[in-house]
Design a protein around this ligand. Structure first.
Ligand SMILES: Cc1cc2nc3c(=O)[nH]c(=O)nc-3n(C[C@H](O)[C@H](O)[C@H](O)COP(=O)(O)OP(=O)(O)OC[C@H]3O[C@@H](n4cnc5c(N)ncnc54)[C@H](O)[C@@H]3O)c2cc1C
Ligand code: SF4
Length: 563
């Protein structure tokens, strides 16, 4: 903790990921004295990244570890299971919860796919009668998307497509060899395929260096050319000298006074196990959608017996995740390639935004397609087993030749679609289980509906048609209905949203259109919790835009003396 800071802060922010980082950035710039409580330790990409460390430098060759399930060089500390911090699932259901435990949260290794929601995404119910509309529209968020584009930096191309708003883009990198093949096949099948939109700066931007195309974004960028909350948001917030950062601080509950207003946050110092408390005039929860719900449910008092901001009983409800399924195939045209460097940025250079009309389909809403393949640095488990390629395998020289021959001849597609919120998918406190700090944990309930199954079936069929169009062979048979058409379990796409949704009716929502709790006017949510619907778009650009909008509202309300 920095010296000389006030004992009652203007704002306490819980969590330092996308939402918390943006709230800290905007509030400190507006003059507020802010304390950020972060459960994990410090981590700064420009200091701690393993960018450019060769995989052969480690005996694991980049294999997974307990705290780095995506590989030992991956930037994010966390995982599906964290020792001493369990969660439970209702019998017969499955939801997997990814949690980061470090400064910047998941923004250290996220895919940087940075998509705006479109006008229809805020008004889903008006379109097809399902779910609910947001109490705000695209026009309310658009100015904040613009600001996020300008501050963080994003590449892309102006396309003027319906419901896929363009941004203020830096130039997009050109497609790689395999992506050109995908574009050709897409064109033949009538699938829209355009340059990707990623928060990676392709030329110097706001004092940061441009990308040098090493393809290792998930390790964190040592030259700060991609977005992470610590480097792009928290560093400038700290530079204002108005931000106090408390790491290894696991928030336990929001405390309230006799007047029902939040007074601060109690937390556990995870290095000593001691209980501590910070006082603040305003509390902003940005611990990630489900964790913020958990904090509210654990903030029980005589005034709020069913948890803070939960008079409606909807905290934990309307939990969604992106639908997802993958198909990969061997593309003979890409075998025996001329060796060349095509690493590019750490992500696809092209993607397919939703292109069809639902009136002609048996599912609502849409999905987009992410494409993978190419000649990136190989690491442990690369190519998924050489025996899958024609005539390949064995020992010695032949095995090495097969690897050289087939390396880079795989193309994969991942579908990312919109789930409709349903009553059977939610989280609540488990009455019997606590974590290592004695804090009650979440119990998840989960169910997909036919909307999602039919959508994923369509993804599978489309991906198989694309592989066939390229003259390739898929590695796996079409999953059956009994196999859910290959739908990834809930939570596995790591886009969990909802649980503290926004609405104009305090009886059916947790926060209002400014992400302010209906029941507690100095309490705000700045993560994916307030989302009313999922959209097929990856959520983080919208989390950033909404967090900035919420911070501006807090600033205005403070000026008025209303909070
Ligand atoms: C591998 C991967 C790839 C992804 N790719 C994309 C992508 O391409 N595009 C996209 O839009 N999204 C992507 N996402 C999702 C994206 O990372 C999240 O949407 C985003 O980070 C959510 O921001 P957040 O602030 O809500 O949570 P987080 O970024 O998870 O931050 C939450 C922070 O709160 C801290 N915290 C939690 N509980 C407490 C507590 N009790 N007390 C104190 N601190 C606490 C955590 O340690 C963490 O630092 C990806 C995620 C993963 C894991
Ligand atoms: S690809 Fe570019 S942005 Fe990503 S880690 Fe390498 S230099 Fe940084």
């Amino acid at each position: 903790m920095q010296a000389g800071t006030p004992t009652t802060y203007d704002v306490c922010i819980v969590g330092s990921g996308a939402g918390g980082g943006m709230a800290a950035y905007a509030l400190t710039r507006a003059g507020a004295r802010v304390v950020v409580l972060e459960a994990g330790p410090e981590w700064w990409a420009t200091k701690d990244s393993t960018m450019l460390v060769p995989t052969y430098a480690s005996p694991r060759r980049g294999g997974a570890t307990k705290t780095r399930p995506f590989g030992e060089f991956d930037a994010c500390d966390g995982g599906w299971e964290i020792e001493g911090e369990p969660y439970t699932r209702a019998p017969g259901t499955r939801f997997d919860w990814w949690r980061a435990r470090m400064l910047g949260g998941r923004t250290n290794h996220w895919g940087r796919i940075s998509l705006r929601f479109g006008p229809n995404d805020f008004k889903g119910k008006t379109q097809d009668g399902l779910g609910d509309d947001w109490p705000i529209s695209y026009d309310d968020v658009a100015p904040y998307y613009d600001r996020v584009d300008d501050l963080v930096g994003i590449f892309g191309s102006v396309e003027r497509l319906p419901n896929h708003p363009d941004g203020r883009f830096l130039p997009a990198p050109r497609p790689r060899c395999y992506e050109l093949l995908v574009q050709q096949a897409s064109r033949k099948l009538g699938v829209t395929c355009i340059p990707a939109r990623l928060s990676i700066i392709t030329r110097p931007h706001n004092g940061r260096a441009g990308c040098h195309y090493c393809g290792q974004c998930n390790r964190g960028c040592a030259v700060n050319a991609n977005f992470s909350s610590p480097e792009v948001l928290l560093r400038p917030a700290l530079a204002t000298k108005r931000m106090t950062l408390v790491t290894n601080a696991m928030a336990r509950e929001v405390t309230v006074g006799k007047d029902g207003l939040a007074t601060g946050v109690s937390y556990v110092d995870t290095r000593t196990g001691e209980d501590r408390h910070v006082r603040a005039r305003v509390v902003v929860l940005a611990a990630s959608a489900c964790e913020s719900a958990r904090l509210l449910l654990n903030s029980r008092s005589t005034l709020f017996p069913q948890g803070l901001a939960n008079a409606s009983g909807t905290v934990g409800k309307y939990l969604t995740d992106t639908t997802g399924t993958d198909v990969a195939g061997f593309i003979p045209k890409l075998a025996d390639h001329v060796p060349h460097n095509e690493e590019g940025v750490g992500g696809g250079h092209v993607y397919m935004p939703w292109w069809l009309d639902n009136r002609k389909l048996d599912f609502p809403r849409g999905y987009h397609i992410e494409v993978w393949g190419g000649l990136g640095t190989p690491s442990y488990g690369f190519m998924g087993g050489i025996h899958r390629y024609p005539g390949a395998g064995g020992y010695g020289r032949k095995l090495k030749e097969d690897y050289r021959r087939y390396y880079g001849s795989t193309i994969g597609f991942s579908g990312r679609g919109e789930m409709i919120p349903n009553e059977k998918s939610y989280c609540e406190l488990d009455p019997d289980v606590v974590d290592r700090w004695g804090i009650p944990v979440l119990r998840f309930h989960w169910e997909w509906s036919d909307h999602e199954y039919n959508q994923v079936k369509h993804m599978q069929q489309t991906f198989r048609a694309l592989v066939a169009e390229m003259g390739g062979e898929v590695f796996s048979p079409m999953p059956t209905k009994e196999e859910g058409y290959g739908i990834a379990p809930g939570g596995r796409i790591i886009h969990e949203l909802g649980c503290t949704r926004m609405g104009s009716d305090a009886r059916s929502s947790v926060v209002n259109a400014n992400c302010q709790a209906h029941d507690c006017r100095n309490l705000f949510i700045a993560d994916g919790g307030p989302f009313v619907s999922q959209a097929d778009k990856n959520p983080t650009w919208t989390i950033l835009a909404l967090a900035w909008r919420t911070a501006d509202y807090i600033t205005a309300q403070r000026k008025l003396g209303a909070i």
